[in-house]
Design a protein around this ligand. Structure first.
Ligand SMILES: [Zn+2]
Length: 354
């Protein structure tokens, strides 16, 4: 009697269990399918890396873009420490929540326009132009901007200096920032002089992790797309012993103001050129379906004075505002120069997760 009752009940329960398992397997397979497709796309992409190299996967940097859209980045830097960077550029940067790098000439800090006209300031393009104060620089620093060294005196002749003079311009310009409560890992070459000189590069490497030079519209994270200077990676020295063009002590920036000067652009033409430069990364930062965001190239924009003087190495305030608005309205993410990290294992850069 017991069996006659139990067996049908057992069969019924067994049927339910089998049905449940079948359903579970079916639902699981549906859920798993997209994951498998993503994984396959990832593997295929990796296998195709010779035709479209994937330099680094930076899912965090693509958060503002739709899946499949190219990751659009920009890095903003300012050289020479002019007051207008604080009074005119900072409010616009703050409006968009952008942070930038400011390269400071230590012995110029706090000087008035008159003091900058002194005969002791030699061969400097910003002679007679007011400089930021230490308070301005500290405010920038405390607001999350990055401060870098740009030597003590912005002299042209780094390559012909004695060791002690070179030491002063390179080592002391870091110490000067430290003495004012600012730590830094970055240096920028005045006039780009010395970036290809092994003595200077060795000296910089003692005190800094990175140095910015120029001038090309894009910095390639594998340093391998500079047609005039073939490199296969970002090693500091080429096989022939010469300093490579792009490396951790020669991170390539694009001088907005040099282009303006070179081509005599008005503001409208300069804005067009800016748009062309910042979008030139799109051909390299392609994203395949299922990819989080592959970054290979970044424009590192170099500004000097943001003011309406019309003088060389200055950009009108309205132009700078339009350029920042363009970045904002077109989904660019502005990252810091210090988000670029050098990987000794691959001799290339990747982007720090932030
Ligand atoms: Zn400079």
């Amino acid at each position: 009697m017991c069996f006659s009752i139990l067996i049908p009940r057992f069969e019924s329960n067994l049927l339910k269990i089998v049905t449940w398992i079948v359903k579970l397997v079916f639902v699981t397979s549906l859920l798993a399918a997209p994951l498998i497709l993503v994984a396959e796309a990832h593997i295929n992409n990796y296998n195709n890396s010779s035709s479209q190299p994937i330099i680094s996967q930076v899912s965090n940097t693509s958060s503002s873009n739709d899946a499949g859209a190219p990751t659009k980045l920009a890095i903003i830097t300012f050289d020479d420490g002019y007051k207008s960077q604080y009074t005119s550029a900072k409010p616009i940067l703050d409006h968009y929540g952008y942070r930038a790098s400011f390269f400071i000439v230590c012995n110029f800090v706090g000087k008035t326009a008159e003091e900058m006209n002194s005969s002791s300031i030699v061969n400097f393009v910003g002679k007679g132009v007011e400089q930021m104060s230490w308070q301005d620089i500290m405010t920038l620093y405390k607001h999350g901007n990055q401060i870098g060294a740009h030597t003590m005196d912005h002299l042209r002749n780094l390559t012909s200096m004695s060791n002690s003079e070179l030491d002063y311009e390179i080592r002391q310009s870091k110490q000067c920032l430290v003495d004012h409560g600012i730590s830094t890992t970055t240096f920028a070459y005045p006039y780009e002089n010395g970036k290809d000189n092994s003595t200077i590069v060795e000296k910089i490497s003692k005190y800094y992790s990175y140095a910015r030079a120029g001038s090309y519209p894009l910095m390639f994270l594998h340093c391998d797309h500079y047609k005039a200077h073939p490199q296969v990676d970002c090693r500091t020295y080429l096989p022939n012993g010469k300093v490579s063009v792009a490396n951790r002590y020669s991170i390539i920036g694009w001088s907005h103001d040099s282009d303006r000067r070179k081509y005599s652009y008005n503001d409208s033409q300069m804005l067009d050129r800016f748009i062309e430069v910042v979008n030139s990364q799109n051909q390299y930062n392609k994203v395949l379906p299922g990819q989080a965001g592959a970054v290979e190239a970044i424009p590192i924009i170099v500004y000097h004075r943001i003011e309406n003087s019309g003088l060389q190495y200055s950009s009108n305030v309205s132009l700078f505002a339009e350029e920042m608005k363009y970045l904002h309205d077109n989904g660019f993410k502005v990252i810091s120069l210090t988000d670029l990290v050098y990987d000794n294992a691959t001799n290339s850069f990747y982007l720090k997760n932030s």
